[in-house]
Design a protein around this ligand. Structure first.
Ligand SMILES: *Cc1c(COP(=O)(O)O)cnc(C)c1O
Length: 404
């Protein structure tokens, strides 16, 4: 048997035998993403219990914008963060406009127009965008809700995706923020505060707490320079989830505790502010599983390949081509043989004609045959909507929400 490479930790909620054939039948076939709302709701409840009073919880819907999931999650969180006019349409159906905020560089005039008409908060990403938003609001004769996204002068340590501390297309360099906010206030806009997002996918509890402290410090300095307190300080998020062997979860209770202490001694300039944490992946990532059926098995060069009916066209992240430098294995199982002994090493590939289409590389599994179902766990965030579904023209993956 070839030497196996490790795979990531299976979330405890999926440790047991799963009714995968029943889910597949309900959805009409494979490949299929299944998301368990009960897991999402439990996550939200756990985080709310951990967060201090005065801290709202927002869901960054780009992590998983499935309409059924948005409808079910909306009453459980305080707001949605969106990043396009398409997401605006999905969010408006289920969330009050004054609880929606719209970030993202390169908002088009039509997007600014739609957001201002709807009454959502725009997180402004540049001075140019601010000028266009003010002009559009003026033409519409609507007082716009405008917050400023700050490019912080620090970054979240241990972050998979760094979004601060250097030249960046995201946000406005901290030093230039006070002048812009004063201009917004002078123009009569409803200034909503700051959006400060320093990174994503960090598993380093201490680093997250330290970044929150730095974020509060920066918000206080900016508020003093402006001479007005921000109604809301969106502290970003960045809580990661374990994907790979050796990854350990963040300690949200410790983060909540640290944040409570930081808020208790915050600067007077932030005395009247509310705060928000915005999370995507941490809320939904571990609640999802990707199910794909074995179409063929073959031997080549002494190795076993399982060829399955779904691949990077549905699940780019599991193939290692979305935000990772070195390809490592997601948590994986033969879902139809959970109790069988582990007796072979196999590589699981999708049906696309590219060597990139590899869902698991040399993993130790029970022997799987044609017709067996492979489960890739930790697949609830950045799945179908973060994958090149048009590549090679296969049908899109099915998606099923359970636990509601
Ligand atoms: C992508 C994004 C998020 C969500 O990040 P996760 O890693 O999924 O929690 C939150 N805020 C902003 C501004 C983002 O761009």
């Amino acid at each position: 048997m070839t030497t196996a490479k490790p795979s990531g930790p299976i979330p405890p909620e999926f440790a047991q035998q799963l009714p995968v054939e029943a889910w597949i039948e309900r959805a009409g076939g494979t490949p299929l993403f299944v998301y368990d709302l009960a897991i999402v709701a439990a996550r939200i409840a756990r985080l709310r219990a951990a967060l201090p009073a005065g801290v709202d919880l927002h869901y960054a819907i780009k992590a998983n914008p499935l309409p059924d999931l948005l409808a079910a999650a909306a009453p459980l969180v305080d707001g949605f963060d969106i990043a396009s006019v398409g997401e605006l349409g999905r969010a408006l159906g289920v969330m009050a406009p004054d609880r929606i905020s719209f970030a993202g560089p390169g908002k088009r005039d039509e997007e600014l127009d739609a957001a201002i008409r709807a009454g959502v908060t725009l997180n402004l990403e540049s001075e140019g965008e601010a000028a266009r938003a003010l002009a559009i609001a003026d033409r519409l004769a609507i007082r716009p809700r405008l917050a400023v996204r700050v490019n912080p002068d620090f970054e979240l340590r241990g972050s998979g995706m760094r979004m601060g501390g250097r030249a960046s297309p995201f946000g406005i360099d901290a030093a230039r923020v006070p002048a812009l906010v004063k201009q917004l206030i002078a123009a009569g806009a409803d200034w909503r505060g700051f959006h400060i997002f320093a990174g994503s996918q960090s598993l380093d509890t201490a680093a997250i707490a330290e970044t929150q402290a730095q974020t509060l410090g920066l918000a206080a300095r900016l508020a003093e320079a402006i001479g007005a307190g921000p109604p809301l300080v969106n502290l970003g998020g960045g809580f990661g989830i374990p994907y790979f062997a050796g990854d350990t979860p963040v300690d949200v209770e410790a983060i909540g505790q640290a944040l409570g202490e930081q808020l208790d001694r915050r600067d007077a300039a932030l005395a009247g502010s509310r705060f928000a944490i915005e999370l995507g992946r941490w809320l939904v990532g571990e609640a999802g599983v990707y199910l794909t059926r074995v179409i063929d098995r073959k031997e080549s060069g002494g190795e076993t390949f399982l060829i399955v009916d779904g691949g990077l066209n549905h699940h780019l992240a599991a193939s290692g081509n979305f935000g990772t430098v070195v390809r490592r294995n997601y948590p994986v199982a033969v879902a139809s043989r959970r109790d069988a002994p582990v007796d072979e090493v196999a590589t699981i590939v999708g049906p696309l004609c590219t060597p990139l289409d590899r869902l698991a590389d040399k993993v130790a599994l029970p022997t799987a045959q044609v017709g067996d179902v492979i489960a890739i766990f930790a697949s609830g965030a950045y799945g179908p909507t973060a994958s090149p579904s048009a590549f090679l023209g296969h049908a899109p993956a099915r998606e099923l929400l359970i636990g509601s």
